[in-house]
Design a protein around this ligand. Structure first.
Ligand code: NAP
Length: 340
């Protein structure tokens, strides 16, 4: 059976996901697209796909069995709620939504529907290196994890479009989600430290050190540098009771030439996580064809939203900001146990 997919938002990542669904993966066909800019939608539409005037028309169409949302964050809530009301599985790019209240409204609708329909685009969970790291931590041979270091470096960000709050309410969501997932934990408090400001790029508050104090007592330190000039560099290292487990630096090609021996650095997230995005959609197609979702859930999107909110509060207050999650609905699995 081939899953008929409609894509909302045909900008940068929407076009990449259309390519993925159309040219790379099997099991799905893009039957509909829409965008605020209908000309952009028309030019991104693969052969045979219908261009819909509105997201509502796309979601309501009999030719669309499952939806991929790649519009900008503030539009996600309404589009997610329309998908849930129609009972259609939906893959939503991060952020799930842009406020805790909106996340709760989406969660309430999905819980009332009674089955998971929403998958959030936290693609790192589908990356083979992160999966191997999680297997080592979960395997327990190194003992309990005590600290986790997450490094998130971008060569540059678009001047004018990327603002000083975005390292915390846009970029940090990936580090927050992967830390929660790797450690099987929730974030209890968030602290932010601001080192010397980089002169690189525009007048942004950059870099940031974010400390995530987890419910278990593990501390995660996140470095976010968004204008570091040399490339897109993602690192992760768990310090445990009897050893350390770390991601390899990717890609692994070692270049030897007249300048010495060095490893190439990916230019951006598309190159670093190419295979993770493919795997994320491979697993989504299987789940959505079964009328449901897998991997990062509405709960995970909600938790990441609260971390971003708390990080912004922590910049202003200079102290640890607490996170208060609602009781986890059973639909999203068991709650994290509190520290003894
Ligand atoms: P983009 O290039 O600006 O594309 C977004 C597209 O959606 C634009 O064509 C935009 O039109 C359109 N749009 C905005 N509001 C809409 C609405 N209400 N209905 C229909 N279309 C609408 O942005 P992008 O980089 O592709 O990012 C899209 C989403 O993916 C964002 O939520 C972003 O955070 C996420 N993302 C995730 C990752 C990841 O690592 N998982 C990476 C990149 C992006 P206008 O330009 O005219 O507003």
């Amino acid at each position: 059976m081939t899953l008929k997919v409609g894509v909302i938002g045909t900008g940068m990542i929407g076009q990449d996901h259309i390519r993925r669904l159309t040219q790379v993966l099997s099991g799905a066909v893009v039957t509909g697209v829409t965008d605020i800019d209908l000309e952009r939608a028309a030019s991104a539409a693969p052969m045979g796909a219908q261009v819909f005037d509105t997201p509502q028309a796309l979601i309501g169409s009999d030719e669309v069995e499952a939806v991929v949302i790649c519009s900008w964050g503030p539009a996600h809530e309404e589009q997610l709620l329309t998908c849930i009301a129609a009972g259609k599985p939906v893959f939503c790019e991060k952020p799930l939504v842009t406020s805790a209240e909106a996340a709760l409204r989406v969660m309430e609708a999905e819980v009332a529907f009674g089955r998971r329909l929403v998958q959030v685009g936290f693609m790192r969970r589908f990356d083979a290196d992160y999966r191997r790291l999680k297997a080592v931590i979960d395997g327990g041979t190194l003992g309990l994890p005590l600290m986790y270091k997450s490094v998130h470096r971008n060569a540059s960000v678009p001047a004018g479009l990327y603002t000083s709050d975005m390292p915390l309410n846009d970029t940090l969501v990936h580090d927050a989600d992967i830390s929660r997932w790797l450690l099987n934990d929730e974030v209890a408090e968030v602290e932010v430290r601001l080192p010397r400001r980089s002169r690189q790029g525009c007048d942004l508050r950059d870099p940031h050190i974010v400390l995530l104090h987890m419910v278990s007592g593990v501390i995660v330190d996140v470095e976010i540098s968004v204008n570091i000039a040399y490339g897109y560099d993602i690192r992760g290292e768990a310090s445990c009771e009897r050893g350390v487990a770390a991601l390899p630096n990717r890609p692994a090609t070692v270049i030897s030439d007249a300048h010495g021996i060095r490893q190439a650095i990916p230019e951006d997230w598309r190159e670093r996580f190419l295979e993770a995005y493919d795997q994320e959609f491979r697993e989504w197609i299987v789940a959505a064809s079964d009328g449901t979702a897998t991997g990062p859930s509405t709960w995970d999107g909600y938790a990441a939203t609260l971390v971003g909110d708390a990080a912004l509060r922590a910049v202003a207050s200079g102290v640890r900001e607490p996170i208060s999650l609602i009781e986890k609905p059973a639909l999203y699995g068991p709650p994290v146990a509190r520290a003894a």
